[in-house]
Design a protein around this ligand. Structure first.
Ligand SMILES: Nc1ncnc2c1ncn2[C@@H]1O[C@H](COP(=O)(O)OP(=O)(O)OP(=O)(O)O)[C@@H](O)[C@H]1O
Ligand SMILES: N[C@@H](CCO)C(=O)O
Length: 321
């Protein structure tokens, strides 16, 4: 379930009256999602989504609004927050911070085809191209510093082989990143899994759930995407999806020589990032609500597959003029 704070029609109708969006005709709680309360809201004019923020650092919400406004203004396919008649997007409802969004069309692609991968690659490439000029600042909370600080907390729950694997990997990332040229920076989605996109057939309806959004290495975001969108059940890369996504991405934003060099390492680092975050949820910091945690093993398998088989060759693509 993902309605942790129930709302009635009168509360929502009152909330909507500040916005120029029409009158409430239907309110429906959304069962998906794990972190926030989400509602589909229908008015006599349009379809909307209302999100109540249940957890996380609420002081970071203005950053997410600023980032989404910036991406929306640059025509990146995201659900940009709706501002009220006074220009304010972030409000409070039922004692929780609240944002209103347009409802995007489509469904999450569980098995994306190459056309969908191409569409996502192009959107992410465009997003990274423009997001290099985003003025906001929120250091990536899941970068190598977080890995180094947090991996100790789960070692006790792992086999001796897995302890060595995790420790050796963190050491390898640290050594490689310390000696490398700085990587291109910009705003990242930070968690761009398939279930954070909506596809209307082959058309990308949009990207949602920017609450891991931050600023940092663009390559980190791209590696998260490839590990989720182009990996089979054994953790191995699927060449067709990998190539389609990367060809479209690289046409928008070519990688630097340092990014190309660090690409295999970044695929491993982001696999370990999810292995660790999922282990932390299972063993160290279980969610307040009764939810089934994501399986850490899936990302251990991806990490092992990247170590065994390396990365696939990056497509040799010229950027768009
Ligand atoms: N703008 C939108 N348009 C259409 N559907 C949306 C929109 N925003 C959210 N949803 C739907 O609501 C669900 C929950 O939203 P969201 O992913 O933001 O929740 P969450 O609690 O942060 O979950 P999680 O972090 O587990 O993905 C999504 O899976 C999607 O189905
Ligand atoms: N995408 C995350 C969960 C939401 O942060 C995971 O698969 O572990």
């Amino acid at each position: 379930m993902a309605v942790f704070t129930p709302l009635d029609d009168a509360q929502v109708a009152g909330f909507l009256s500040r916005f120029d969006v029409g009158e409430l005709t239907k309110l429906q709680g959304v069962p998906a999602g794990t972190e926030n309360s989400t509602f589909f809201v229908t008015t006599d004019r349009r379809e909307l989504v209302l999100t109540l923020f249940e957890q996380g650092e609420h002081e970071e919400l203005p950053f997410f609004v600023e980032l989404l406004d910036f991406l929306d203004e640059h025509r990146i396919p995201v659900a940009g927050p709706i501002h009220d008649r006074d220009g304010i997007a972030l409000h409070e409802l039922a004692g929780r911070p609240a944002l209103l969004f347009p409802r995007l069309p489509g469904a999450h692609p569980s098995a994306p085809d190459v056309t969908q991968c191409r569409a996502l690659g192009q959107a992410l490439g465009e997003m990274h191209r423009v997001s290099r000029h985003f003025g906001g600042h929120r250091p990536n909370p899941r970068d190598i510093h977080w890995l180094s600080a947090m991996h100790h907390k789960v070692l006790v729950y792992l086999s001796p082989e897995d302890q060595a694997l995790m420790q050796d990997e963190v050491d390898a990332y640290q050594a490689a990143l310390e000696s490398a040229e700085p990587l291109p920076q910009g705003a990242l989605h930070g968690d761009l899994f398939r279930d954070n996109t909506l596809f209307d057939g082959e058309r990308l309806g949009g990207i949602i759930d920017f609450y891991n959004g931050c600023t940092g290495d663009l390559l980190f975001d791209l590696a998260i995407v490839i590990n989720d969108w182009a990996t089979d059940a054994d953790g191995r890369l699927v060449a067709e999806r990998h190539d389609a996504l990367l060809e479209a991405y690289l046409a928008e934003r070519p990688l630097t020589a340092t990014e190309r060099e660090l690409w295999p390492l970044m695929l491993r680092l982001t696999a370990l990032r999810y292995w660790l975050s999922r282990l932390l949820v299972v063993y160290v910091d279980p969610p307040a609500h009764d939810l089934t945690p994501h399986d850490p093993e899936q990302f251990r398998r991806i990490l092992l597959a990247r170590l065994e088989h390396g990365a696939l060759p990056l497509p040799d693509i010229e950027a768009r003029p």
